[in-house]
Ligand binder design. Structure first.
Ligand SMILES: [Zn+2]
Length: 476
């Protein structure tokens, strides 16, 4: 494509987006919010990062700070609820509602307020102070997910100030305890005990999105429609034991080892979903040569097994194709000179959504092929379904993306890890992870040291969140 054609394509996308958002087309449309909103976004980010919401501290302080900002922005007390489980008063949540015209059912945003622990001595900067340095904001939660919290809160306040009337209500729940595996997970608790407050036709979870960048080049904006289901098993083999000078074939360590070796060699069957087919279709545009051709092949009703075989060789694509079960812990024996009486292993499975969990267990038993091994589900898994990658919704998200980054690909995806969307999906609300906190795929710092977000990336994230919220709330 010539330079000229490329510029035309960008210009026409910009013109289209200007039409979509009812503003005058300008030759260089700004990707950052107006000054008042840029300043508000930054001030919210600073305030949220500087409120410590590690697991031991809880999120009630942050929930009250969000509520205060909402009140200052003119939201009525009746539309703001700060609430925590009676037995976990520090695990506070805040739910706010911007009333719509009643033309559509509500949209719910879920945004966790808690952060992974951070120790001052591990960091270059104080993790609970917002530090701006060389075009970056540093602080715990900078990318997971206080920047998205700030962007979502800013967008809601901006829409309120502008007098925007959504078709249906926009609800935002800022919640507790996503990171620590939650004794008081806010989304789980709200779905189970305050459904009326958060009930919605559509859930957006900015935590579940993935905006992938390499060397500063924006590659794809992910829309997470599904998560693999987390299931843990314990295997146990026992025997009466004895003196190690008189070995027997019943040795539990050998029996367990043989079974684990069989599992190590096994691949679960290929199971593509609506989402993962679309994922490969999108990814193929970012690849070249054989890999691009193999990924494009995945769109066919029965893809060539040779293509699947080649793609399965890479971990990143293998985990998209199939359920995986791997050994994560092992223990056994009780004395150097004794035959073991017991050997145990932990097996961690990540199951493709929609696959029956008892079927996975049966496959596991068949592969282990030793009926004397006792298999116990220590974390049986909650079977959260895939949310349909609905074409109309994807088109709306893509139009907003194109209004800012036409060069990046929209990529429906299934996560191998888990987010709060599991709870809303189990609760029957289709949920989508999407946000634009562009992060370098080779330098992800979420949960790590010196977590950061680009200053420009943050400003654009604030603008993207506003545009997407407005677009989604302007449709049925
Ligand atoms: Zn997160």
């Amino acid at each position: 494509m010539s330079n000229l054609t490329r510029l035309c394509a960008v210009a026409s996308a910009a013109a289209l987006s200007a039409l979509a958002f009812g503003v005058q087309a300008s030759p260089t449309p700004s990707l950052v919010p107006p000054p008042v909103d840029q300043a508000l976004g930054r001030s919210l980010l600073k305030e949220l990062i500087e409120i410590d919401t590690q697991h031991a501290v809880g999120s009630t302080g942050a929930a009250h700070a969000v509520a205060a900002r909402l009140k200052a922005a003119g939201f009525a007390d009746a539309d703001i609820a700060v609430l925590a489980p009676a037995d976990h008063p520090t695990k506070g949540n805040v739910v706010v509602r911007l009333h719509g015209q009643g033309l559509a059912r509500p949209i719910l945003y879920i945004c966790h307020l808690d952060v992974v622990n951070a120790r001052r001595e591990d960091w270059t900067y104080d993790p609970f102070k917002l530090t701006e340095k060389d075009g970056w904001y540093y602080g715990r939660g900078a990318i997971d997910m206080k920047s998205q919290d700030a962007a979502t809160l800013e967008s809601l306040i901006r829409l309120k100030r502008e007098g925007f009337k959504p078709h249906g209500d926009i609800i935002v729940a800022f919640t507790a305890d996503e990171e620590a595996g939650g004794d008081a997970n806010g989304v789980d608790w709200l779905v189970k005990t305050h459904r009326d407050l958060i009930d919605a036709a559509l859930v957006i979870n900015p935590d579940g999105g993935e905006a992938g960048m390499k060397h500063g080049k924006k590659l794809y904006l992910g829309v997470q429609t599904a998560e693999k289901v987390y299931v843990t098993y314990e295997l146990e083999v026992t025997d009466k034991g004895g003196h190690s000078s008189r070995p027997t074939p019943a040795n539990p360590i050998f029996r367990l080892s043989r079974a684990l070796a069989r599992l190590g060699d096994y691949r679960f069957p290929v199971h593509l979903t609506e989402t993962t087919r679309l994922y490969f279709a999108g990814r193929s545009k970012l690849e070249t040569g054989q890999v691009a051709a193999d990924m494009a092949e995945m769109l066919k009703p029965s893809p060539d097994p040779a293509a699947i075989e080649r793609l399965s060789a890479a971990t990143e694509t293998n985990i998209v194709f199939r359920t995986t079960c791997t050994a994560t812990q092992i223990s056994g024996g009780h004395a150097e000179s004794a035959l073991p009486q017991r050997a145990r292993a932990t097996i961690q499975c990540r199951v493709i959504p929609g696959e029956p969990l008892d079927g996975v267990r049966q496959q596991l038993e068949a592969v282990l092929a030793d009926p004397s091994i006792r298999l116990t589900a220590t974390y049986p898994g909650d079977n959260s379904p895939e949310s349909p990658p609905a074409p109309k919704l994807l088109r709306t998200i893509e139009a907003v993306k194109n209004s800012m980054w036409p060069q990046a690909v929209l990529l429906p995806l299934m996560s191998a890890g888990a987010s709060d969307s599991a709870f809303t999906r189990i609760g029957g609300m289709p949920s989508y992870g999407v946000d634009a906190s562009w992060d370098d795929l080779d330098d992800g710092r979420a949960h790590g040291q010196d977590e950061r977000i680009g200053v420009q990336v943050f400003d654009e994230e604030v603008e993207f969140t506003y545009r997407l919220m407005k677009a989604l709330a302007s449709g049925q």
